[in-house]
Design a protein around this ligand. Structure first.
Ligand code: COS
Length: 380
Protein backbone atom coordinates (compact mmCIF):
# COMPACT_ATOMS: atom_id res chain seq x y z
CA UNK A 1 0.00 0.00 0.00
CA UNK A 2 1.64 3.29 -1.06
CA UNK A 3 2.36 5.86 1.65
CA UNK A 4 -0.28 8.60 1.31
CA UNK A 5 0.67 10.49 4.47
CA UNK A 6 2.26 13.32 2.45
CA UNK A 7 -1.23 14.39 1.38
CA UNK A 8 -1.76 15.77 4.88
CA UNK A 9 1.14 18.22 4.41
CA UNK A 10 0.11 21.90 4.60
CA UNK A 11 1.04 22.46 0.94
CA UNK A 12 -2.28 20.89 -0.04
CA UNK A 13 -5.91 21.94 0.17
CA UNK A 14 -8.80 19.48 0.64
CA UNK A 15 -9.49 19.60 -3.13
CA UNK A 16 -5.97 18.23 -3.81
CA UNK A 17 -6.41 15.35 -1.37
CA UNK A 18 -9.76 14.35 -2.83
CA UNK A 19 -8.35 14.65 -6.37
CA UNK A 20 -5.31 12.48 -5.65
CA UNK A 21 -7.42 9.71 -4.11
CA UNK A 22 -9.90 9.77 -7.01
CA UNK A 23 -7.12 9.67 -9.60
CA UNK A 24 -5.37 6.80 -7.81
CA UNK A 25 -8.62 4.78 -7.89
CA UNK A 26 -9.02 5.48 -11.60
CA UNK A 27 -5.40 4.46 -12.28
CA UNK A 28 -5.82 1.20 -10.34
CA UNK A 29 -8.77 0.32 -12.58
CA UNK A 30 -7.41 1.51 -15.96
CA UNK A 31 -3.60 1.29 -15.98
CA UNK A 32 -1.19 0.13 -17.21
CA UNK A 33 -2.15 -0.12 -20.86
CA UNK A 34 -0.45 -2.29 -23.47
CA UNK A 35 2.71 -0.49 -24.71
CA UNK A 36 3.61 -2.64 -27.72
CA UNK A 37 2.71 0.05 -30.23
CA UNK A 38 3.76 3.28 -28.46
CA UNK A 39 2.04 5.62 -30.91
CA UNK A 40 -1.25 3.77 -30.56
CA UNK A 41 -0.79 3.48 -26.78
CA UNK A 42 -0.18 7.24 -26.45
CA UNK A 43 -3.15 8.15 -28.61
CA UNK A 44 -5.26 5.76 -26.57
CA UNK A 45 -3.97 7.20 -23.28
CA UNK A 46 -4.69 10.78 -24.35
CA UNK A 47 -8.20 9.64 -25.31
CA UNK A 48 -8.72 7.80 -22.00
CA UNK A 49 -7.33 10.65 -19.88
CA UNK A 50 -9.36 13.20 -21.83
CA UNK A 51 -12.61 11.22 -21.56
CA UNK A 52 -12.14 10.82 -17.81
CA UNK A 53 -11.45 14.57 -17.39
CA UNK A 54 -7.85 14.18 -16.17
CA UNK A 55 -6.40 16.44 -18.89
CA UNK A 56 -8.31 19.50 -17.66
CA UNK A 57 -5.47 20.72 -15.39
CA UNK A 58 -2.99 20.80 -18.30
CA UNK A 59 -4.28 24.06 -19.79
CA UNK A 60 -6.08 27.19 -18.69
CA UNK A 61 -9.81 27.56 -19.08
CA UNK A 62 -11.88 30.65 -18.30
CA UNK A 63 -14.16 28.60 -16.05
CA UNK A 64 -11.30 27.06 -14.06
CA UNK A 65 -10.85 28.79 -10.66
CA UNK A 66 -7.24 27.54 -10.29
CA UNK A 67 -5.70 27.51 -13.78
CA UNK A 68 -2.43 25.60 -14.22
CA UNK A 69 -2.36 24.65 -10.54
CA UNK A 70 1.14 23.23 -10.20
CA UNK A 71 0.24 21.10 -7.17
CA UNK A 72 -2.47 19.40 -9.23
CA UNK A 73 -0.06 18.91 -12.14
CA UNK A 74 2.53 17.38 -9.79
CA UNK A 75 0.01 15.13 -8.01
CA UNK A 76 -1.25 13.92 -11.38
CA UNK A 77 2.22 13.14 -12.73
CA UNK A 78 3.29 11.46 -9.51
CA UNK A 79 0.19 9.26 -9.43
CA UNK A 80 0.22 8.37 -13.14
CA UNK A 81 3.96 7.60 -13.06
CA UNK A 82 3.43 5.22 -10.14
CA UNK A 83 0.98 3.24 -12.28
CA UNK A 84 2.21 3.63 -15.87
CA UNK A 85 5.12 5.73 -17.19
CA UNK A 86 3.51 6.16 -20.60
CA UNK A 87 0.31 7.54 -19.02
CA UNK A 88 2.43 10.12 -17.22
CA UNK A 89 4.13 10.97 -20.53
CA UNK A 90 0.79 11.39 -22.34
CA UNK A 91 -0.49 13.73 -19.61
CA UNK A 92 2.73 15.74 -19.26
CA UNK A 93 3.13 16.50 -22.96
CA UNK A 94 -0.40 17.91 -23.21
CA UNK A 95 0.67 20.47 -20.59
CA UNK A 96 4.20 21.22 -21.79
CA UNK A 97 3.03 21.41 -25.40
CA UNK A 98 0.36 23.98 -24.65
CA UNK A 99 2.10 25.82 -21.77
CA UNK A 100 3.09 28.76 -23.99
CA UNK A 101 -0.49 29.06 -25.29
CA UNK A 102 -1.92 28.92 -21.76
CA UNK A 103 0.45 31.59 -20.47
CA UNK A 104 0.96 33.89 -23.47
CA UNK A 105 -1.40 32.93 -26.31
CA UNK A 106 -4.86 34.02 -25.29
CA UNK A 107 -5.96 34.40 -28.93
CA UNK A 108 -5.46 30.64 -29.40
CA UNK A 109 -7.20 29.43 -26.23
CA UNK A 110 -10.58 28.84 -27.80
CA UNK A 111 -9.38 27.00 -30.88
CA UNK A 112 -6.71 24.77 -29.35
CA UNK A 113 -6.93 24.46 -25.55
CA UNK A 114 -10.55 23.34 -25.70
CA UNK A 115 -9.31 20.38 -27.78
CA UNK A 116 -6.15 19.51 -25.83
CA UNK A 117 -8.00 19.58 -22.48
CA UNK A 118 -10.47 16.97 -23.74
CA UNK A 119 -7.94 14.79 -25.56
CA UNK A 120 -9.24 15.79 -29.01
CA UNK A 121 -5.83 17.19 -30.02
CA UNK A 122 -2.30 16.16 -29.06
CA UNK A 123 0.36 18.81 -28.47
CA UNK A 124 4.16 19.05 -28.59
CA UNK A 125 6.85 21.50 -27.44
CA UNK A 126 9.56 22.03 -30.07
CA UNK A 127 12.54 23.82 -28.51
CA UNK A 128 15.67 21.62 -28.79
CA UNK A 129 17.78 21.50 -31.93
CA UNK A 130 20.57 19.22 -33.12
CA UNK A 131 23.17 21.90 -32.26
CA UNK A 132 21.49 23.50 -29.24
CA UNK A 133 19.89 21.43 -26.51
CA UNK A 134 20.97 22.97 -23.22
CA UNK A 135 22.05 26.26 -24.84
CA UNK A 136 18.60 27.37 -25.97
CA UNK A 137 19.66 30.92 -26.88
CA UNK A 138 22.01 29.49 -29.50
CA UNK A 139 19.27 28.05 -31.71
CA UNK A 140 19.63 28.03 -35.52
CA UNK A 141 16.05 27.73 -36.69
CA UNK A 142 14.80 30.91 -38.31
CA UNK A 143 11.41 32.55 -38.81
CA UNK A 144 11.66 35.16 -41.55
CA UNK A 145 8.98 37.83 -42.03
CA UNK A 146 7.34 37.41 -45.41
CA UNK A 147 4.30 39.41 -46.49
CA UNK A 148 1.71 39.10 -43.76
CA UNK A 149 3.31 36.11 -42.03
CA UNK A 150 6.50 34.17 -41.26
CA UNK A 151 8.45 31.45 -43.02
CA UNK A 152 10.10 28.86 -40.73
CA UNK A 153 13.26 27.01 -41.74
CA UNK A 154 15.38 24.63 -39.68
CA UNK A 155 15.24 21.49 -37.54
CA UNK A 156 13.99 20.53 -34.10
CA UNK A 157 14.96 17.31 -32.37
CA UNK A 158 14.06 15.14 -29.36
CA UNK A 159 10.49 16.32 -29.83
CA UNK A 160 8.16 14.27 -27.66
CA UNK A 161 4.90 13.42 -29.45
CA UNK A 162 6.77 14.18 -32.70
CA UNK A 163 4.82 12.31 -35.37
CA UNK A 164 1.55 12.00 -33.46
CA UNK A 165 0.96 15.63 -32.38
CA UNK A 166 -1.74 17.81 -33.94
CA UNK A 167 0.00 21.04 -32.94
CA UNK A 168 3.60 22.05 -32.30
CA UNK A 169 4.71 25.06 -30.27
CA UNK A 170 7.91 26.03 -32.05
CA UNK A 171 10.69 28.46 -31.11
CA UNK A 172 12.66 30.16 -33.87
CA UNK A 173 15.06 33.04 -34.35
CA UNK A 174 13.35 36.20 -35.59
CA UNK A 175 16.44 38.35 -35.11
CA UNK A 176 15.25 41.32 -33.03
CA UNK A 177 18.59 41.01 -31.16
CA UNK A 178 21.41 38.47 -30.94
CA UNK A 179 21.03 35.48 -28.60
CA UNK A 180 18.16 35.06 -26.16
CA UNK A 181 16.40 38.30 -27.12
CA UNK A 182 15.98 37.44 -30.81
CA UNK A 183 13.76 34.35 -30.52
CA UNK A 184 9.98 34.15 -30.96
CA UNK A 185 7.37 31.46 -30.36
CA UNK A 186 4.90 30.08 -32.93
CA UNK A 187 1.94 27.77 -33.02
CA UNK A 188 2.33 25.41 -35.99
CA UNK A 189 -0.47 22.92 -36.76
CA UNK A 190 0.91 19.50 -37.76
CA UNK A 191 -0.59 19.68 -41.25
CA UNK A 192 1.23 22.93 -42.17
CA UNK A 193 3.02 22.38 -45.52
CA UNK A 194 6.81 22.28 -45.06
CA UNK A 195 6.68 20.62 -41.61
CA UNK A 196 7.74 16.96 -41.74
CA UNK A 197 8.97 14.20 -39.48
CA UNK A 198 12.59 13.74 -40.62
CA UNK A 199 13.36 10.80 -38.30
CA UNK A 200 11.71 8.80 -35.55
CA UNK A 201 14.00 8.35 -32.52
CA UNK A 202 14.12 5.10 -30.52
CA UNK A 203 15.05 5.36 -26.83
CA UNK A 204 15.43 2.97 -23.87
CA UNK A 205 11.94 3.68 -22.54
CA UNK A 206 10.00 3.94 -25.80
CA UNK A 207 7.63 6.85 -26.40
CA UNK A 208 6.81 8.90 -29.52
CA UNK A 209 9.91 10.99 -30.25
CA UNK A 210 11.13 12.59 -33.48
CA UNK A 211 13.39 14.96 -35.32
CA UNK A 212 11.32 17.47 -37.28
CA UNK A 213 12.25 19.45 -40.35
CA UNK A 214 10.78 22.81 -41.36
CA UNK A 215 11.34 23.80 -44.97
CA UNK A 216 9.74 26.97 -46.24
CA UNK A 217 7.03 26.40 -43.65
CA UNK A 218 4.66 29.35 -43.88
CA UNK A 219 2.50 30.48 -40.95
CA UNK A 220 0.28 33.57 -40.60
CA UNK A 221 1.30 36.49 -38.33
CA UNK A 222 -1.40 35.32 -35.89
CA UNK A 223 0.63 32.13 -35.28
CA UNK A 224 3.04 34.09 -33.10
CA UNK A 225 2.54 33.47 -29.37
CA UNK A 226 3.48 36.48 -27.24
CA UNK A 227 5.54 39.32 -28.71
CA UNK A 228 8.45 39.27 -31.18
CA UNK A 229 11.72 38.49 -29.37
CA UNK A 230 9.98 37.10 -26.28
CA UNK A 231 10.37 33.42 -27.21
CA UNK A 232 13.24 32.68 -24.82
CA UNK A 233 11.39 34.15 -21.84
CA UNK A 234 8.25 32.26 -22.87
CA UNK A 235 10.18 28.98 -23.01
CA UNK A 236 11.76 29.63 -19.60
CA UNK A 237 8.42 30.61 -18.05
CA UNK A 238 6.84 27.40 -19.35
CA UNK A 239 9.74 25.41 -17.92
CA UNK A 240 9.29 27.25 -14.59
CA UNK A 241 5.82 25.68 -14.38
CA UNK A 242 6.62 22.24 -15.75
CA UNK A 243 10.10 21.50 -14.37
CA UNK A 244 8.72 20.69 -10.92
CA UNK A 245 6.34 18.24 -12.56
CA UNK A 246 9.29 16.29 -14.03
CA UNK A 247 10.48 15.90 -10.44
CA UNK A 248 6.98 14.72 -9.55
CA UNK A 249 7.07 12.02 -12.24
CA UNK A 250 10.45 10.87 -10.89
CA UNK A 251 8.90 10.81 -7.42
CA UNK A 252 6.10 8.57 -8.70
CA UNK A 253 8.66 6.14 -10.16
CA UNK A 254 10.66 6.21 -6.92
CA UNK A 255 7.58 5.58 -4.76
CA UNK A 256 6.67 2.58 -6.91
CA UNK A 257 10.24 1.25 -6.61
CA UNK A 258 10.12 1.68 -2.83
CA UNK A 259 6.71 -0.03 -2.55
CA UNK A 260 7.89 -2.96 -4.69
CA UNK A 261 11.05 -3.23 -2.57
CA UNK A 262 9.22 -3.19 0.76
CA UNK A 263 6.95 -5.92 -0.48
CA UNK A 264 9.90 -7.92 -1.83
CA UNK A 265 12.04 -7.78 1.32
CA UNK A 266 9.11 -8.69 3.56
CA UNK A 267 8.01 -11.68 1.50
CA UNK A 268 11.32 -13.25 0.42
CA UNK A 269 13.38 -15.37 2.79
CA UNK A 270 17.16 -15.43 2.85
CA UNK A 271 19.37 -17.39 5.27
CA UNK A 272 16.20 -18.65 7.01
CA UNK A 273 14.58 -15.28 7.69
CA UNK A 274 12.89 -12.45 5.72
CA UNK A 275 15.32 -10.41 3.66
CA UNK A 276 14.22 -7.40 5.70
CA UNK A 277 15.94 -8.81 8.83
CA UNK A 278 19.35 -8.05 7.31
CA UNK A 279 20.52 -4.67 8.55
CA UNK A 280 22.11 -3.85 5.21
CA UNK A 281 18.68 -4.25 3.60
CA UNK A 282 17.12 -2.04 6.28
CA UNK A 283 19.78 0.55 5.44
CA UNK A 284 18.72 0.49 1.78
CA UNK A 285 15.04 0.85 2.65
CA UNK A 286 15.78 3.75 5.02
CA UNK A 287 17.85 5.56 2.37
CA UNK A 288 15.12 5.07 -0.23
CA UNK A 289 12.38 6.36 2.11
CA UNK A 290 14.48 9.39 3.01
CA UNK A 291 15.15 10.21 -0.66
CA UNK A 292 11.44 9.90 -1.47
CA UNK A 293 10.31 12.20 1.34
CA UNK A 294 13.03 14.81 0.73
CA UNK A 295 12.20 14.89 -3.00
CA UNK A 296 8.49 15.25 -2.24
CA UNK A 297 9.19 18.20 0.08
CA UNK A 298 11.20 20.04 -2.59
CA UNK A 299 8.62 19.34 -5.30
CA UNK A 300 5.58 20.44 -3.33
CA UNK A 301 7.47 23.45 -1.93
CA UNK A 302 8.12 24.59 -5.54
CA UNK A 303 4.56 23.82 -6.64
CA UNK A 304 3.00 25.59 -3.65
CA UNK A 305 5.25 28.64 -4.11
CA UNK A 306 4.17 28.97 -7.76
CA UNK A 307 0.50 28.44 -6.89
CA UNK A 308 0.72 31.16 -4.25
CA UNK A 309 1.50 33.62 -7.04
CA UNK A 310 5.31 33.83 -7.19
CA UNK A 311 6.13 35.30 -10.62
CA UNK A 312 9.22 33.06 -10.92
CA UNK A 313 10.17 29.82 -9.16
CA UNK A 314 13.30 29.22 -11.20
CA UNK A 315 15.44 28.20 -8.20
CA UNK A 316 12.76 26.12 -6.47
CA UNK A 317 11.76 24.30 -9.66
CA UNK A 318 15.38 23.60 -10.62
CA UNK A 319 16.11 22.22 -7.14
CA UNK A 320 13.00 20.03 -7.21
CA UNK A 321 13.77 18.62 -10.65
CA UNK A 322 17.47 18.09 -9.99
CA UNK A 323 17.07 16.42 -6.61
CA UNK A 324 13.99 14.31 -7.37
CA UNK A 325 15.30 12.89 -10.64
CA UNK A 326 18.81 12.17 -9.31
CA UNK A 327 17.52 10.55 -6.11
CA UNK A 328 14.86 8.54 -7.97
CA UNK A 329 17.65 7.05 -10.08
CA UNK A 330 19.38 5.94 -6.87
CA UNK A 331 16.15 4.62 -5.28
CA UNK A 332 15.34 2.59 -8.39
CA UNK A 333 18.90 1.25 -8.62
CA UNK A 334 18.59 0.00 -5.03
CA UNK A 335 15.23 -1.57 -5.91
CA UNK A 336 16.90 -3.46 -8.76
CA UNK A 337 19.58 -4.68 -6.33
CA UNK A 338 17.00 -5.85 -3.80
CA UNK A 339 15.11 -7.72 -6.52
CA UNK A 340 18.22 -9.61 -7.70
CA UNK A 341 17.79 -11.27 -11.10
CA UNK A 342 14.11 -10.33 -11.26
CA UNK A 343 15.09 -6.65 -11.17
CA UNK A 344 16.75 -6.87 -14.58
CA UNK A 345 14.26 -9.23 -16.14
CA UNK A 346 12.45 -7.78 -19.15
CA UNK A 347 8.82 -7.07 -18.30
CA UNK A 348 9.38 -6.76 -14.54
CA UNK A 349 8.10 -3.45 -13.16
CA UNK A 350 11.46 -2.64 -11.52
CA UNK A 351 13.28 -3.25 -14.81
CA UNK A 352 10.93 -0.86 -16.60
CA UNK A 353 11.34 1.80 -13.88
CA UNK A 354 15.12 1.50 -14.33
CA UNK A 355 14.73 2.37 -18.02
CA UNK A 356 11.99 4.99 -17.49
CA UNK A 357 13.86 7.15 -14.98
CA UNK A 358 17.01 7.84 -16.98
CA UNK A 359 15.59 10.32 -19.48
CA UNK A 360 14.20 12.53 -16.71
CA UNK A 361 17.73 13.56 -15.72
CA UNK A 362 18.20 14.84 -19.28
CA UNK A 363 14.98 16.33 -20.64
CA UNK A 364 13.55 19.76 -19.70
CA UNK A 365 17.01 20.82 -18.57
CA UNK A 366 19.70 18.25 -17.77
CA UNK A 367 20.80 17.85 -14.12
CA UNK A 368 23.98 19.77 -14.93
CA UNK A 369 21.97 22.69 -16.33
CA UNK A 370 19.80 22.76 -13.18
CA UNK A 371 22.98 23.26 -11.16
CA UNK A 372 23.93 26.21 -13.38
CA UNK A 373 20.42 27.65 -12.92
CA UNK A 374 20.52 27.23 -9.11
CA UNK A 375 24.02 28.70 -8.80
CA UNK A 376 23.07 31.74 -10.92
CA UNK A 377 19.99 32.32 -8.79
CA UNK A 378 22.17 32.33 -5.68
CA UNK A 379 24.26 35.15 -7.18
CA UNK A 380 21.29 37.08 -8.59
N1 COS B 1 11.53 33.20 -16.54
C1 COS B 1 11.53 34.39 -17.16
N2 COS B 1 12.64 34.93 -17.74
C2 COS B 1 13.78 34.23 -17.67
C3 COS B 1 13.85 32.98 -17.02
C4 COS B 1 12.67 32.47 -16.43
N3 COS B 1 12.67 31.30 -15.80
N4 COS B 1 15.13 32.52 -17.10
C5 COS B 1 15.83 33.45 -17.77
N5 COS B 1 15.00 34.47 -18.11
C6 COS B 1 15.40 35.69 -18.80
C7 COS B 1 16.57 36.33 -18.08
O1 COS B 1 16.11 37.17 -17.03
C8 COS B 1 17.23 37.13 -19.19
O2 COS B 1 16.52 38.34 -19.44
P1 COS B 1 17.12 39.76 -18.98
O3 COS B 1 18.45 39.89 -19.67
O4 COS B 1 16.10 40.74 -19.46
O5 COS B 1 17.24 39.69 -17.49
C9 COS B 1 17.02 36.27 -20.42
O6 COS B 1 15.90 35.41 -20.13
C10 COS B 1 18.25 35.43 -20.74
O7 COS B 1 18.56 34.64 -19.60
P2 COS B 1 20.01 34.00 -19.37
O8 COS B 1 21.04 35.06 -19.54
O9 COS B 1 19.99 33.23 -18.10
O10 COS B 1 20.13 33.05 -20.64
P3 COS B 1 21.14 31.87 -20.95
O11 COS B 1 21.22 31.71 -22.41
O12 COS B 1 22.42 32.07 -20.23
O13 COS B 1 20.32 30.62 -20.30
C11 COS B 1 20.11 28.39 -19.42
C12 COS B 1 20.98 29.51 -19.93
C13 COS B 1 21.03 27.23 -19.23
C14 COS B 1 19.46 28.77 -18.10
C15 COS B 1 18.94 28.07 -20.41
O14 COS B 1 19.44 28.00 -21.71
C16 COS B 1 18.25 26.76 -20.06
O15 COS B 1 17.38 26.69 -19.20
N6 COS B 1 18.64 25.66 -20.77
C17 COS B 1 17.99 24.36 -20.60
C18 COS B 1 16.98 24.26 -21.64
C19 COS B 1 16.07 23.12 -21.50
O16 COS B 1 15.45 22.93 -20.47
N7 COS B 1 15.94 22.37 -22.60
C20 COS B 1 15.04 21.28 -22.65
C21 COS B 1 13.94 21.58 -23.62
S1 COS B 1 12.43 20.82 -23.28
S2 COS B 1 12.77 18.94 -23.38
Amino acid sequence: MPDRSFLSWPFFEPRHREYAERLDDWCAKNLPVDHHDVDAACRNLVRMLGDAGWLKPTAVDAADPAPLDVRTLCLTRETLARHDGLADFAFAMQGLGTGAISLFGEAHHKEWLAKTRTGDAISAFALSEPRSGSDVANMDMTARRDGGGFVLDGEKTWISNGGIADLYVVFARTGEAPGAKGISCFLVPADTPGLAVAERLEVIAPHPLARLSFENCRVPASAMIGKPGEGFKIAMSVLDVFRSTVGAAALGFARRALDESVSRVSSRNLFGAPLFDLQMVQGHIADMALDVDAAALLIYRAAWTKDMGAPRVTREAAMAKLYATDRAQSVIDKAVQLHGGDGIRKGHIVESLYREIRALRIYEGASDVQKVVIARQMLA
